[in-house]
Design a protein around this ligand. Structure first.
Ligand SMILES: [Zn+2]
Length: 526
């Protein structure tokens, strides 16, 4: 392989570019058609992509060039760094890859096919969620909740084995364990993350304790049980991650007779951003066989940006479309003159932050007033209660993220430990739930992310923190967001344009004048 750094980067780019494009195109086709042929193409394209980055010689040369070239040409260095990280993430010996993918596909099949049994009846995940959200009957709730956890028993031993394998692979590369490795290869310093989460834990403790007391009062009267008898099945979902029904607010009525697509165009036009071309390539409405979720994809890093949605005239879908287009405009306004490797967001959680920020405009009274034309007093009163409900959700989700992040750290620290007890210790500590008496079961393994999307959850929380910090800056800079081209200009110039030429730390500091700070998020939860 060539020893000239610029030539090396060029050569890697030429090889990586078509592999990524093939993978994204296959993903898009699979999502819009659901066809078996497209799903098979995704598998092949993904394997080709992984095979390319797993080349040990590529990794060795990239590392050498990166270490030798420190600080000469910042853009070249950044590209070498990104090549090193992508290669490092894929360095695994063939036997480990084989064994891990076997375990993963077996475990995935069991999660997807698992049906909880209650009174001889099988329940799908949707039915379980429905009962946990709406039932008024404590006995039924307990039965359904317990049944939902049984998938944990079925997969726990395999998930433990996956942790051992992931740890062994991490140690062979010199990392302490898989937790440590995953974070570092995603440019997150473990000590920094833990300190940030400790800060978040302390600052959210008081507002969360207050919210939890309010929730307990409501649930105690809803179920006719004393507050001290409330157990995890009373809290609205399997993990207390969304929380129970609190306030019913009808935001749907405000968007009911509107075209969501037009609302999105008006929102982004008001910021001086063009989304019409993105929408024209997109697949927006429900159809049989099509993926039922929503996502945004940048196929070629040259402006072929598309979003898949399943739009209905509801508040939730208005929020979702603005969210996905938030990912879309970030991609679209990355400086097109940057090299291919740098034409991407600075980090997964940075693009998530922008998407969260844009979706949250559907809770902004100014959005109803300026984009929909709702009378100001009506917009203000409805959004005030919707915002309260949204804040409660964020606080509940934050404490759940703390459970997930701390559990995973301990899990990879020692997969042989008494994980059943450690899980409930985390749940009690961060989510203030009371564990069921005498429960001894692998409830940690009932959460699919622990098995199949490991060491990822912190990104959701970091996205929220960064979104709040951006919003604060936009309020100072432009007086708000909706209908303010100055806000759009600032986002494009300060956040989108640098792409991946900056790591997330430098981006946040350069854009907002300070490091990532949980204070702004906490302030919105008070
Ligand atoms: Zn997103």
């Amino acid at each position: 392989m060539t020893r000239d750094p610029a030539e090396f980067v060029e050569k890697i780019t030429e090889q990586a570019r078509p592999l990524e494009k093939a993978f994204y195109l296959a993903e898009w086709d699979a999502a819009v058609t659901g066809s078996e042929a497209a799903v098979a193409r995704v598998r092949e394209a993904q394997a080709a992509h992984m095979r390319f980055w797993s080349d040990p010689e590529l990794f060795r040369v990239a590392k050498q060039l990166h270490e030798a070239g420190q600080a000469e040409d910042p853009l070249l260095n950044r590209q070498l760094k990104l090549i090193c990280l992508a290669a490092a993430r894929n360095q695994q010996d063939e036997a480990t890859i084989q064994r891990l993918s076997e375990l993963e596909s077996g475990v995935r099949r069991r999660y997807y096919n698992y049906r909880a049994r209650v009174d001889g009846k099988e329940l799908s995940d949707n039915q379980i969620d429905e009962i946990l959200k709406h039932s008024q009957d404590s006995t039924q709730l307990q039965q359904v909740w317990e049944a939902s956890k049984q998938v944990g028993q079925q997969v726990a031993e395999d998930v433990r084995e996956m942790a051992r394998l992931r740890n062994a692979a991490a140690r062979s590369q010199g990392y302490r364990d898989h937790f440590h490795r995953s974070l570092l290869l995603d440019e997150i310093d473990e000590q920094e993350l833990l300190a940030l989460f400790d800060d978040l834990e302390q600052q959210s403790r008081e507002p969360f304790t207050r919210l939890k007391e309010e929730i307990d009062k409501i649930l105690s009267s809803r179920f006719g049980v004393a507050e001290r008898q409330l157990r995890p099945w009373h809290y609205g979902d399997r993990f207390f991650q969304d929380g129970p029904r609190l306030e019913e607010v009808d935001l749907d009525s405000l968007v009911a007779d509107r075209n969501i697509e037009e609302l999105a165009v008006a929102t982004y036009t008001g910021l001086g951003m063009d989304v019409v071309s993105i929408l024209s390539r997109s697949d927006l409405y429900p159809r049989p066989g099509k993926n039922q979720h929503a996502f945004c994809i940048h196929v070629d890093r040259k402006g072929d940006i598309r979003t898949l949605n399943n739009l209905q005239p509801t508040h939730r879908w208005a929020e979702t479309l603005l969210h996905e287009l938030g990912h879309g405009v970030y991609d679209q306004y990355v400086d097109a003159s940057l090299p291919w490797l740098l034409r991407a967001p600075a980090h997964t959680f940075a693009t998530e932050a922008v998407a969260i920020l844009m979706g949250s405009l559907t809770f902004d009274p100014e959005w109803y007033n300026r984009v929909i034309g709702t009378r100001e007093d009506k917009a203000r009163s409805l959004t005030a209660s919707a915002l309260r409900a949204d804040r409660a959700k964020k606080l509940i989700f934050t404490r759940w993220c703390l459970t997930m992040a701390h559990f995973e750290r301990l899990f990879y620290g020692d997969p042989e430990a008494d994980l059943d007890t450690i899980w409930w210790d985390c749940v009690e500590r961060y989510q203030l739930l009371q564990r069921p008496e005498g429960r001894q079961a692998p409830d940690w393994a009932a959460k699919i992310h622990v098995a199949l999307v490991p060491v990822y959850y912190h990104n959701y929380e970091l996205g929220h923190l960064m979104a709040a910090q951006l919003r604060k800056r936009l309020e100072d800079e432009a007086g708000g967001i909706v209908g303010r081209p100055a806000a759009g200009r600032w986002l494009i110039d300060s956040v989108f344009s640098p792409g991946a030429s900056l790591d997330w730390r430098s981006l946040i500091e350069q854009a907002t004048g300070e490091p990532l700070n949980p204070r702004y998020f906490i302030e919105t939860l008070a």
